[in-house]
Design a protein around this ligand. Structure first.
Ligand SMILES: [Mn+2]
Length: 388
């Protein structure tokens, strides 16, 4: 039986002709040939795998070099923050920006839920600035570098000044300490803002509680940055955590301090009680019409949906639930956002985490494109124009 099969395969497949492409035929009206002649083919457009890896295949602009940023203005920029030396759990988030960009290669097209194609919107130029230069040997210096990178990237004159003079930044972390630099920068451009903080951890721990017992240096870390942001006056007391489920260090002390830092809490399990609309409603009610910064620690997702992160906590939301919640925040005045704590080395061959992180990035960009927000510079400009 076996030998008969082999013999018939040899007899039928004998010639080379079977391996040649079929001869060229006339194209039907529904076919669009990549080549209209015998020799030429298109090597510029049409593939998601072309060129270098930027977020969603957006154009790369080096936002830190004056000559380049001035000739290629933008309204929204992606900025990588490859920093992970302030973690209390597994390191690896310094590779987050690269990982999220890899996960973003298939983004684009018309969103089936919103009907929008955000990369081809009607006013905002979106670019990828690449990663900030951050030393891996000194956290103080690295954070000063990141502070400066944010301030420079957001100081560029925007592309569409009829909408706003101030570009907004979507940061790809990096451990969560990197959010502190972003908030220092947004404070200069928009003033104090509400923070919508998606995370399994509260991250408002006092530096002397989480790490600062060793040295002041150790007190600045990915579990204290929101406390420091509060102390620096960068955020409003209308902020909110969403997806919280990680253990506290001190039940009363931590929650009391959290409230003092300006936060309300929506826990991961509140979703089971109030549903998605209930969560969206609670967040919107809390921030009201204030300007908001949205920070997404990917560990807000259950480890089943985001295994590649430093401090996993079981019992989190699914990717679909998180995306529905973020998309439900449409209409809020989002002045900046980030996705942090993505550590690709712990991801699986299916790249579950980086795909989820990239999709979250797209949803955050959509919120930013949907609602332009006037900056301090815009208000000053308007005042100047209206005064006699
Ligand atoms: Mn966290």
């Amino acid at each position: 039986m076996k030998s008969t099969l082999i013999l018939s395969l040899i007899m039928s497949g004998g010639g080379v002709a079977g391996w040649e492409f079929p001869p060229k035929t006339d194209y039907t009206p529904h076919q669009h040939p990549m080549s209209d002649g015998e020799e030429d083919v298109d090597i510029i457009t049409g593939s998601q795998f072309r060129g270098l890896t930027t977020f969603g295949n957006l154009p790369y602009v080096n936002c830190f070099i004056d000559a380049e940023a001035e000739t290629k203005p933008y309204d929204i920029a992606i900025l990588g923050a490859p920093f992970d030396t302030s973690v209390t759990g597994r390191p690896g988030a310094r590779f987050g920006p690269h990982g999220i960009r890899v996960g973003s290669q298939r983004l684009g097209g018309v969103d089936i839920f919103s009907g929008e194609d955000i990369f081809h919107n009607d006013w905002a130029t979106i670019v990828d600035c690449g990663d900030a230069t951050l030393t891996w040997l000194d956290n103080n210096v690295a954070l000063r570098q990141l502070d400066k990178a944010h301030k420079v990237a957001s100081s560029r004159r925007a592309s569409n000044t009829t909408v706003s003079h101030t570009p907004r930044i979507l940061t790809l972390g990096g451990d969560h300490t990197t959010t502190l630099s972003a908030l220092r920068s947004t404070f200069e451009r928009w003033g104090a803002v509400s923070v919508i903080h998606f995370d399994s951890h509260i991250d408002t721990w006092r530096p002397d509680v989480l790490g600062g017992g060793i040295s002041d240096y150790a007190g600045v870390n990915h579990g204290t940055f929101l406390h420091i942001a509060h102390e620096e006056g960068l955020i409003r007391n209308t902020s909110i955590h969403a997806g919280i489920r990680a253990p506290l260090l001190h039940l009363k002390g931590d929650l009391k301090n959290d409230k003092k830092c300006g936060f309300d809490i929506v826990t991961a399990r509140d979703l089971d009680k109030v549903g998605l609309d209930g969560i969206i409603g609670a967040i919107k009610k809390r921030v009201g019409d204030s300007m908001v910064y949205i920070s997404v620690d990917i560990d807000v997702l259950d480890p089943a949906f985001a295994p590649a992160t430093g401090t996993s906590e079981p019992g989190g939301w699914s990717t679909r639930e998180l995306l529905t919640i973020i998309d439900g925040l449409r209409g809020l005045k989002v002045i900046g956002a980030d996705i942090v704590e993505v550590a690709p080395v712990y991801d699986n061959p299916g790249e579950t985490t980086i795909l989820a992180a990239a999709q979250v990035g797209l949803s955050l960009l959509t919120l930013m494109v949907d609602v332009p927000v006037k900056s301090i510079a815009d208000r000053q400009m308007e005042k100047k124009l209206s005064s006699p």
